[in-house]
Design a binder for this molecule. Structure first.
Ligand SMILES: N[C@@H](CCC(=O)N[C@@H](CS)C(=O)NCC(=O)O)C(=O)O
Length: 221
């Protein structure tokens, strides 16, 4: 059986959701973030050298990186579900969004999280830290987030889901950056398609079942 090495309040939640969508049996091994640093505990490094979540173990296989795990699970357990047919335009969009989520959408959102924390630097260095953080945020990070959100909003004007009119694993992969953008990246009602996407995924039975299994899921701000 697949074991998901699951860190609280993290990306591994979307993997539980994928497994629920496919009706795959799985076990969860839980890890708690350090409440001060928010980092994963060192035990996770015994499973994979980078010590990040998600990681899965499935028999002899240990696999990290959410996109790679998604592909592995869909290929091994999907029986053609949650993935468009090969050679179709939808398949190409599926591949694009599967990579975009971690490759393009997450980096500026992570930078925003770090820069927002810099604003709370110790008093002595706070004015300098704030000035640097504000400069990087306004000149680079926030314009990139806004441009990406506009692009995603327009894409969801083309089809119901990211890869086309069918729900796929690419939508599951895209859920995390959009949830993060809603928590800290300025995603709000001014982008109705994206907000509606979030409402639709949150209403799915498998999404809710995964939340029940996964436990606390509050995105970092
Ligand atoms: N691109 C990787 C990112 C993995 C990652 O950064 N995971 C976070 C959880 S959201 C983590 O483990 N953070 C704790 C830490 O860095 O110690 C993936 O998609 O799997």
């Amino acid at each position: 059986m697949i074991i998901v090495h699951h860190l609280n309040n993290s990306r591994s939640q979307r993997l539980l959701w994928l497994l629920e969508e496919l009706g795959v049996l799985y076990d969860i091994k839980r890890y708690q973030r350090d409440p001060r640093t928010m980092l994963a505990p060192p035990e996770l490094r015994q499973i994979h050298p980078l010590g990040k979540s998600p990681v899965i173990t499935d028999g002899d296989v240990t696999l990290a990186e959410s996109g790679a795990i998604m592909e592995y699970v869909v290929e091994k357990f999907g029986r053609g579900r949650l993935i468009p047919k090969p050679g179709t335009p939808e398949k190409l969009r599926y591949i694009y969004w599967m990579h975009f989520a971690e490759g393009s959408a997450m980096p500026p959102l992570l930078m925003k999280l770090i820069l927002d924390r810099m604003m709370k630097a110790p008093l002595l260095v706070r004015p300098v830290a704030k000035a640097i953080a504000n400069k990087v945020k306004t000149s680079f990070v926030e314009p990139n987030i806004r441009r990406q959100l506009d692009f995603m909003e327009a894409e969801l004007g083309r089809s119901t889901w990211f890869a086309g009119d069918e729900f796929t694993a690419a939508d599951i992969q895209m859920s995390f950056p959009l949830e993060a953008a809603s928590a800290r990246g300025g995603l709000d009602a001014s982008r109705p398609k994206l907000m509606e996407f979030l409402a639709r995924i949150h209403a799915r039975e498998a999404y809710r079942a995964a939340l029940e299994r996964g436990g606390e899921y509050k995105l970092l701000r």
